[in-house]
Ligand binder design. Structure first.
Ligand code: CA
Length: 231
């Protein structure tokens, strides 16, 4: 059971989604506007938030910023527009995932489970062993990563991408695989590219001559420490 907060002004969607998630055994709170949603978030402390972008009182983007200022709760944005620029912007602003309307409740439930899994449940035991790739150390249990002893400041998604690559060192991982394993979805390979470029910046990699993230054009990406020789 997951405690979900739905912030959605359309009463039809709100009611249908509440019923569908309740029928699947989840606890659901809902709010018809942004400020009501923010209040519910603070008082009810849900485990995940489904946020409609088109709200009457405050824009979804602005509300997302307010939610992020108050809480690290996973947020799934529901948008009527399948617009990659907007989606990338929202992910950058702290959304964990998105669904495009109209979506069905089963799809949304799968997204909720995926973000909770990424947010780090205690069930991820076999993935909790720290991995070292040359000068890079990734510790999934503590959700920390460092290069040559210097800690990296990564977002949740950046960490998950890096951890997945670190668990597959020296192997070319396709964007498709990253989408499936980290995002738990199959569309929007550009999202992967955007996050990889942010991750590259934080790793201090020179795109022309990278130390860690090696792009194999048309195939995928491989994590390897170029300074660690052939180890
Ligand atoms: Ca709306």
């Amino acid at each position: 059971m997951v405690h979900v907060l739905i912030i959605e002004d359309d009463p039809g969607i709100r009611t249908a989604l509440t019923r569908a998630l309740q029928a699947r055994g989840h606890a659901v709170d809902s709010a018809p506007d942004g400020l009501g949603g923010l209040q519910s978030l603070l008082t009810q402390e849900p485990e995940a938030v489904i946020l409609d972008l088109g709200l009457p009182d405050v824009s979804g983007e602005r509300l997302l910023g307010m939610i992020r200022a108050a809480s690290a709760v996973p947020v799934i944005v529901a948008t009527a527009r399948d617009d990659e620029d907007l989606i990338v912007k929202l992910l950058d602003a702290g959304a964990d995932d998105y669904v495009v309307k109209p979506y069905d409740p089963a799809q949304l439930e799968a997204r909720v489970r995926a973000v909770l899994r990424r947010a780090g449940g205690p069930e991820d035991e076999q993935r909790s062993v720290a991995v070292t790739v040359g000068g890079l150390t990734v510790d999934p249990a503590r959700r920390t990563a460092e290069i040559d002893g210097r800690p990296l400041d990564l977002t949740r998604l950046e960490f998950d991408v890096l951890a997945y690559l670190a668990q597959n060192p020296g192997r070319v991982v396709s964007r498709k695989e990253l989408l499936r394993e980290v995002w738990q979805r199959t569309d929007s390979a550009r999202t992967v590219d955007v996050h990889l470029s942010w991750l590259r910046r934080k790793l201090g990699d020179d795109p022309e001559s990278p130390r860690f993230l090696h792009v194999h054009r048309g195939v995928g990406i491989m994590l390897e420490d170029a300074r660690a020789g052939s180890a």
